[in-house]
Design a protein around this ligand. Structure first.
Ligand code: R5P
Length: 291
C-alpha cells in the first residue's frame, strides 16, 4: 500500500502515511500557461494506492484526479482509495431550476467510476443520509470529526456555549455538546445570495460563558461573521469558531475578523493557518477497517 501525495496536500498525506505505517510518494504536477495540468506519477506503483487530497478548488483537482487514476490503472494498480476529507460538489443535490446540473449526483457517479473506496469527513449531505447514496460504491465512507473537535474543545475550555449558525449545523453541534456536556443553541439562517445571509439567534443566555460557533465549513465567511455580530449584540463576551472545512474564499477571513471573532480553529481537512485539529488518526482507522 502506498500513499500518493500532491504538493498542496503533502503534510496531511505524510501524517496519514505515518499513521498507516506505509510508504509515501509524491505526484509531480505542472500547470501549463493555458491552465492545463501535467500529472506524473511514480512508476512501479503497488496494487493498492491511496490518493490523499481534499477537493476544494475542485475544477482543476477533479481533472488531475482523472489523469492520476487513469494513469495508475494503466500501470496495473488494482485498488484505488480516495481520501478526500473535503468533498466537492456535494451541496447541489437538486435542480432548483429546469436545466440545472445536479452536481452531487454527477460528481458522485464520476468518483464511483474512478475509485474502489472513497473516504471523506463530514461531507455536506443535506437531503440524503449516507455517502453511498451520492457515490454509489460499497466503500463510500463518511467519517465525522466530532470526536477530534470534542477533544480540542475540552483542551481549550472548561465550559462554553456552542452555537450552530443554521439548522444544517445542528447535527454536529448537538453531537459535540452532548458528548462533552456543553450547552448549545442553534440559530436560524436564510441565505439570500452567495455573500448575503440573514440570521436570528434563539433566546439564550450568551453572556456568562465563552461562545464557540461550530460549522462544517466557512466559504465566504458571511455565516460566521453574521453569527459573531449577533452574538456580541446579544451580550457575548468572547466568540470563537471551530470549522471542519476552512475553505475561506476571497475576503472571507477579513470579513470574519472584522466581525470581531477572537479565534478560528479548524481541522487540517484543508491547508490553512487555522488548521490545528488533525484528522490523520481518524482517516487511518477508517482505511484499516476497509482493508
Ligand atoms: C451551510 O449550510 C454550511 O453549513 C455553511 O454554513 C456555509 O456553507 C457557510 O458558507 P459561508 O461561509 O459562505 O457563509
Amino acid at each position: 500500500m502506498l500513499v500518493l501525495a500532491f504538493p498542496d496536500y503533502l503534510q496531511q498525506a505524510q501524517r496519514l502515511a505515518l499513521a498507516l505505517g506505509c510508504q509515501l510518494q509524491p505526484v509531480y504536477l505542472h500547470q501549463f500557461p493555458d491552465g492545463e495540468s501535467l500529472v506524473r506519477l511514480p512508476t512501479n506503483l503497488p496494487e493498492h494506492v491511496i490518493i490523499c487530497r481534499s477537493l476544494n478548488q475542485p475544477n482543476d483537482k477533479l481533472i488531475e484526479l482523472l489523469l492520476c487514476v487513469k494513469t495508475a490503472r494503466q500501470q496495473g494498480v488494482k485498488r484505488l482509495t480516495l481520501v478526500a476529507p473535503y468533498l466537492c460538489y456535494m451541496r447541489q443535490d437538486i435542480a432548483n431550476r429546469p436545466g440545472e446540473a445536479v452536481s452531487q449526483v454527477i460528481v458522485g457517479q464520476m468518483l464511483a467510476e474512478l475509485f474502489d473506496d472513497v473516504i471523506s469527513v463530514d461531507p455536506h449531505l443535506h437531503r440524503i443520509s449516507t455517502l453511498s447514496q451520492a457515490i454509489p460504491i460499497e466503500n463510500a465512507v463518511s467519517l465525522s470529526a466530532t470526536n477530534e473537535i470534542c477533544l480540542f474543545l475540552q483542551q481549550q475550555f472548561d465550559d462554553a456555549v456552542l452555537l450552530g449558525p443554521d439548522s444544517e449545523s445542528e447535527q454536529w453541534v448537538a453531537a459535540i455538546a452532548e458528548k462533552i456536556g456543553f450547552d448549545y443553541s442553534v440559530a436560524k439562517k436564510v441565505r439570500q445570495g452567495d455573500t448575503l445571509v440573514s440570521m436570528s439567534l434563539a433566546e439564550f443566555d450568551f453572556h456568562s460563558k465563552p461562545v464557540v460557533i461550530i460549522d462544517d465549513m466557512a466559504s465566504t465567511g458571511r455565516t460566521l461573521a453574521k453569527a459573531t455580530k449577533l452574538l456580541f449584540a446579544a451580550g457575548a463576551q468572547q466568540v470563537s469558531a471551530i470549522i471542519t472545512h476552512p475553505l475561506f474564499c476571497g475576503d472571507a477571513e477579513a470579513h470574519i475578523m472584522q466581525a470581531g471573532v477572537q479565534k478560528i480553529w479548524s481541522t487540517d481537512s484543508i491547508s490553512h493557518t487555522s488548521a490545528c485539529i488533525y484528522l490523520d488518526k481518524l482517516l487511518a482507522q477508517a482505511i484499516r477497517k476497509i482493508l
